[in-house]
Structures are given as structure tokens and as C-alpha cells.
Design a protein around this ligand. Sequence first.
Ligand code: ADP
Length: 610
Amino acid sequence: MVDKNDIIYRKPSWLQRNVKFMYIAALLVTLPSWLWISWITLNEQAHKDLNQKVYDDLSLFADSLNSELEKYRFIPKVLMLDASLVAQVSNPSLATAGSQPNQHLQHIRQATNADEVFVINATGTTIDSTNLDNVGNRYEDSPFYSSAKAGGSGGFFTLGLYAGIRGYYFSEPLFEPETDEVVGVIVVKVNMARLERNWLNKATPMLITDEYGVVIASSIPSWLFTTRSPLTEIQKQHIRASSKYPMVSFPLLQTQVHKNTPYGQIVSLPKAGFKRVLEVTKRMPELNWTIYGQGDLVAAKKSVYQGVAISSLLWALLLSLAYVVTQRRLQLLETLDRREVNQNRLQQAKDQLETRVAERTKALQQSNQELKQTQQELIHSAKLAALGQLATSVTHEINQPLTAIMASADNAEQWLARSQPEKAQEKLVQIKHLAHKMGLITAHLKTFGRKTDDKTEWVCPQTALDNALSLLQPRISQEGVETILEDMSCIQVMANDVRLEQVFINLLTNALDAMHKSPRKLLRIYFQRNSPNKLKKATIYVTDTGSGIDSEHLQHLFDPFFSTKDVGVGLGLGLTISYSIIKTMGGELSAENSAEGAVFAIQLQARNRH
Ligand code: ADP
């Protein structure tokens, strides 16, 4: 048999042995790299998105600022054609400046929503204004005046000389129609604070610097008129020459630049604890300004952290999934492998078993054959043994007629000598009769002694019984055994008659042996019909009034060599062989005790004799 422990399975592959280790190694090696790559990628993407958002806000603001300023740019262009204003600057006596502002200018200011509209004469003095405080102020150094005085259009941001208010000034020259000479300048001022109002509430903090880097607008008022970088001497000279601002030195806005990225600078500004922000710039070339917008990096970082956490988790999950799938696959392969090995072993075991069964069957058939032969020999030997036993009584039986024959022969001789042939004839008939009797005795011995096969056929049991009885008759008579026999000529049993006779001889001999010392010697043989399971059967009983069978001997009765008889008298094979003979005929042989002695029952397949 194949012991389960004997099975040697294929060694697990390197991958099968190390899949767990590989998973942990992959996790340990790739996870930090994955974290790093995710961080770089998502951070870059966050910067890009933030840049886009801030730039969009800046563009929106720049567009609205431009369109707002554009609205005011045309007012002086229209007013320069106003003849009354030209007349006013040409003729100083017409100047209405006094306690009441010029109604005409006031009307225009209100209609256009400008902060102030004023007129400067050829010497640079304000002669009329919607703001009476400004009348008489001098602007000969102001850039918007100089530019218009030179015949050009002007649009300038300055810090007001007198009121100190940041404003954008649009100016146009007033021409004397006849001489085409510039006699004055018309100025429209827009307060910078009004323009800023639009973006002060915006989420993105912004500031605007002019061409020198001076902060001219900011959502944080304290940053106004600071610079993003220190001014050079040339820049300072320019500012002084342009009279843009009353001062020439500006404090530096404390800015820490941390990093330059393709999407803007990462800086810390003196606001809310120098938080890091992404600073995005946009040029406004028409005004020569730069707008700075600041994107909140903390909020952006938060989403980067979240993104990195989620992506790392996904990566770990992906690796785990790959691990689980690989492990399952490897397990499956191992199972298939084991199944194949098991199947092979099973097939081998089956083949071995089949070979062994075939060998055993052959050996069994051979020993069966030998057994059968031995059995046959044994039966024959037992028969010869019985024959030997019978010989004594037969000799005794033959002796008697033999003596009688010899006496009769003597008598016949004497009768012939006395010439009485009739009497001699009588003796010869007696001799013939006695010889016939002897012949009968020896004929049975001859039949009984011959070897026979084990073929069965329908035979009358009475014949076998008669033969057996006639062989044992001398002993029966000698021992004074009474016999009661039921006639069985009416039935036939399925048997081999010679063998059946052998069984009867065995049973009768045993019965005679058992009754040897009994005071009453009765041998009774009878039969009963019984038909269990459709097959008709008959049981022939052989009973005696002998010693009976000890209860502890009953179960060993049919064992080979079981005998209670003296050594040399009993072989202990008689019942064993009888049992085997009856079995071969498809019958049963059993024994039990009756009140008087033993009862042996032979059950055989039977039918009525036709
Ligand atoms: P053997 O006659 O050589 O002893 P058997 O097999 O014929 O061998 O008988 C076995 C034993 O069975 C006998 O020794 C005897 O003890 C017992 N036996 C057989 N027939 C009878 C009987 N009719 N009455 C009592 N005992 C019997």
C-alpha cells in the first residue's frame, strides 16, 4: 500500500518559497519611491493648478482694470475739443474759479464717475477744478502736465502732490484754435482706491508694482510704496525727474524667496506669520505694471498630502492584490502539482494492486487446484482407511461361508463317492449360493474402493444407504444392533452416489462405535422433506443410542483430526471429509444430541422419484 507519508512532492519553486518575502521587499522598496514620485507629481500638479487659478484671477483683474481705465481715457479727449475750456485757459479773466466749482466740469465728473476734473493753464497752475481745494495748485513738474504740454496724451499713475492720494491721471492738451498752440491742459483723475475696490475682496491676495518695482496697489495697505527689490541710483534719478512720487526712497518689502518653480516663485511675505505662498506674476504692458497674485500653498499642500496618502494606499493595495493573486496562483499550481503526483502514485498503486491481485488469484487458483487434488487424495485415503477397517469384519464374514463351502465341497465329494449325485448336487447348489453371498460382499468393497470424481446427479439415497449397510452388516449383526430404516426409494437427491455411500459408512461406523458399550443399540435412519426458499430439500437423519457428543466437542466435531477415539483407532478425518463431501454436493451436514444419543442430519437438494 502507498503510505501518504511516502509521497514525495515536487520541491516548491523559488517563487513559491519567496513570494511573501518578495511582497514585503517590494512594499519596502517601492512604497518610499512611490511616495516620492507621487509627492513630486502631485506637488507639481498642485503648483500648476494653483498657478493657473491665480493667473486666471490676475488676468480677470487686469482686464477689468484696463477696461475701467480705458473708460476714463476718452474723457479728456472729448473735453479738449470743448471751446469754452479753451477760451477759459486762453483768457484768464474768464476763469470762474471762486467759491463755486465750475458747473460744466462738475457735471462731467458726475456723469463719468471720475474723481476730479481740472484745468491747468499754460504756466502749470490749476485754474478750474471740480475740487476747489486744487485750484491754484501748481503741476508744472507733474508728468501728466509735461506730457500734455508737449502736445501729447498723458496717462500716469502718481501719488498726488497735494492731497497725497494715489491716482491715475489722464491729460490732454488744450489747443488755441488759431495758433494751434498749447494753452492749457485738461486733466481727469481717477482715484486708485476706486480701482482697487474690485479685487480687495478677492480670495487671491494681489499687489501691483510700477515699472520701478514700487508697490502702487495692494490688498495690504502697509505694503503701499514699498519695493520688491532695492532701487538702483538710476531708478531713483528717474523717479525724481518724473516727479511721480514726492519721495525717492522706499522701504523694502520683506520677502523671502524659497524656490523658483516653472509655475512661479515660492515666497514668504510679511503677512500671517510669513506663510509660504506661490507668487504668480502678470505683466500689464500698456501700463508698464506688474500684478503679483499669491496662491495659498497650505491649502494646496493639504490636497497634495491627501493625494499622496490615497495614491500610496492604492499602491499598497495594488501590491497586496498582486501578492494575493500570485499566492493563489502558486497555491493552485502546487495543488495541481500535488494532484498530478497523487494521481500518478494512485495509478502506480492501482497497477501494483492489479498485478498483485492477478498474482494472488493465480496462486489461489493453483493452491485451490492443489487443495482439490489433496482433498481428493484425502477422501480416497479415508476411504481406503475405512476399507481397511471393514476388511476385518469382511474377512470374518467371508470366513463363515468359506468354511461352509469347504464343508459342503467335502460332503459333495463324499456323496459322489457314495454315488449319490443328487445329494452331491444339493451341496453344490449350497456352495453356489454361499459363493454368490461372498461375491456380493466383495462386490461392494470393489465399488467402494474405486476412485471417483465429484460429479453430482439425481440419485436415490436408498441405494447408497443399502450399499453402506451391506458393507457394515457383519458388524451390525455381530454387535446385535437393532436397525429401524425408513424406505427412501420414493425420493431422489442431488449427490454423487459413491461419495454419499462414503458419508453413510462414516456416520454408521461412528454410530456403531458410539453404541459399542450401550445396553440398548438402536440405529434409526429416516428422512424428512422440507422446502425452504423454493428449492426442495430433504434431510436424512442418522440417529443412535450411543454415548452422545460432549457439548464442548460439538463445535470441534468437523475440525480435521478431532477424535476422542484411541490413538490408532480414530484419525479424526471421517466427519471432516463427510462435511466437505456434503458441502460439495450443495448440502449441509450437522450434528446434535438427542435424549438417547447423537443425531446426524444430511440436508440435500431433493425431488420426488418419478
Ligand atoms: P474418528 O471416528 O476417526 O474419531 P470422526 O471425524 O469420524 O473421526 O469422528 C470424530 C469424533 O466425533 C469421534 O472421535 C467422536 O468423539 C465423535 N463422534 C462421531 N460420531 C459420533 C456419534 N454417533 N456419537 C458420539 N460421538 C460421535
